[in-house]
Design a protein around this ligand. Structure first.
Ligand code: F6R
Length: 244
């Protein structure tokens, strides 16, 4: 596991965007695994800028997102499809037919199957990850078991609390999501896990301070991956006790 401590969140995002751009330059038809949320949101402006300045071409790139809320249609302001369109896809020269975000409404079982089929089509060249306050990656929540493939996950109370900031009331936050499984994430060729914010300190301790793998902190499983880069800013790294 390669761990990079940056001065601040901006530097984290720039570095992550540069690493993703590097994958695309080496492989113009790369498959990107993408994430939503505040952390990933900081990365996309750098990719948009690179594309708009002519330095990065997305015309042959294809993407697959980690997750989508169950119950939100694609046009809902908080759906992850809408998030991706607004933060990235609408501003770059990607063909939206080549972007996969699981469908959160309709026949959910069928949507999971469709998502599984999409994931099976092509390996992910680089997977961008944030981390939940409870250690989730994608929406693989802590528990006794973790799942290999795409599935429906019941969101933890702490996840619902954390994501309530995006909704008018906490009651509006969906309680379930379709998520890639831990196996899907670990099968990506390269993982980039970004962490920022004091509320991630407990989860990051499990990742950075010992060798334990625990289903109670799903992010710890990325330790087993042969090509994982963790990017964390100085403030959080200090809080975790990773640096003085
Ligand atoms: C988002 C996702 C989640 C987030 C995590 C951190 O697609 O799968 O695992 O990465 O909840 O969210 P933020 O960055 O908003 O703190």
């Amino acid at each position: 596991m390669k761990i990079i401590v940056t001065e601040n969140f901006q530097e984290t995002c720039k570095l992550a965007a540069d690493m993703i751009a590097d994958v695309i330059r080496k492989k113009p038809d790369a498959r990107l695994g993408l994430a939503t949320g505040s952390t990933a949101q900081g990365v996309y402006p750098f990719l948009v800028e690179a594309n708009q300045s002519g330095a990065l071409d997305f015309s042959r790139v294809n993407t697959v997102n980690l997750d989508e809320y169950v119950g939100l249609p694609p046009e809902h302001p908080q759906s992850y499809r809408r998030f991706m369109d607004e933060n990235l896809f609408d501003h770059i020269n990607i063909d939206k037919k080549n972007t996969v975000v699981a469908k959160g409404t309709g026949d959910i079982e069928e949507n999971v199957k469709e998502f599984r089929d999409a994931l099976a089509k092509k390996p992910i060249d680089v997977q961008l990850l944030g981390i939940g306050v409870d250690g989730h990656v994608g929406f693989n929540e802590p528990g006794y078991v973790l799942y290999d493939g795409a599935h429906v996950e019941e969101l933890d109370e702490s996840t619902i609390d954390a994501n309530a900031r995006f909704f008018a009331t906490r009651d509006e936050v969906p309680t379930r999501a379709i998520s890639m499984g831990m196996g899907d994430i670990l099968r990506a060729k390269k993982l980039l896990l970004l962490a920022t914010g004091e509320n991630k300190a407990e989860a990051m301790k499990g990742l950075l301070l010992n060798e334990e793998l625990s289903a109670q902190n799903p992010a710890t499983l990325v330790k087993t991956h042969p090509d994982v880069t963790v990017i964390i800013d100085r403030a959080l790294a200090k809080r975790v006790g990773y640096i003085q």
